[in-house]
Design a protein around this ligand. Sequence first.
Ligand code: DQA
Length: 157
Amino acid sequence: MKKILVLNGPNLNLLGTREPAQYGATTLPEVEATCRDAGRRLGYEVECFQSNHEGALIDKIHEYGRLWKEGQALGCVLNAGAYTHTSVALHDAIKGVDGLPVIECHISNVHAREAFRHHSYISPAAAGIVVGFGVAGYVIAIEGLVRTRDKDNAALK
Ligand code: DQA
């Protein structure tokens, strides 16, 4: 079964208790379980990984770049958290693996928030962007990946 990576960056392990007015009450394990269910329904194994460390996120993108080249992965849904607004290294990792489709995902509408959240280093390297749909955005991003990269998927009919 092909894989989809759901990759979460810094502070997203605190989902559920972190600024619930902004990010909701759903915990990360709950979000990840929903993503795995959505993947299974579409015929994919969803692997979930979260790290507060930039390098660990980069290593995971490299791993999936290799899996994508071997035909074993469809793509990646990435919520890079605050690294979205700071990380040239994550931008370079996505460009560097050359092919792996990465869907940038944000729970909140970053464009309606502070100015420092309006710029993303991920967006120019992303295949698509899902912003402001709450945690439902992760499943929307998974479906978007499948709809655009696996158009004949029988579960979409
Ligand atoms: C976020 C938005 C970022 O600006 C913030 O630093 C996060 C979460 C979101 O999902 O809305 O950590 O990526």
